[in-house]
Design a protein around this ligand. Structure first.
Ligand SMILES: [Zn+2]
Length: 74
């Protein structure tokens, strides 16, 4: 799964460019969110999950899980 947002690659509907990141996190040869503020990244993810029609409880759960992704481990 994605080391940035923990999305399983099986669920990734886009064209994946990286072995480590999903098609949403990594596009055109670079990470889409370049900062290292996990809270800010969670906000971006939450909004895009809601926009894609995911229900609020699922979106909240996945957003919560992001902090455990390898990319954000200190
Ligand atoms: Zn991702």
């Amino acid at each position: 799964m994605c080391e940035s947002c923990l999305m399983p690659f099986a669920k990734d509907t886009g064209k994946r460019e990286s072995d480590k990141y999903c098609s949403l996190c990594f596009k055109d040869g670079a990470l889409c969110y370049k900062g290292n503020d996990v809270k800010e990244f969670q906000k971006v993810c939450y909004e895009s999950m809601r926009k894609s029609g995911m229900n609020i409880f699922k979106a909240k759960f996945f957003t919560f899980m992001i902090r455990f992704a390898p990319r954000w481990k200190k």
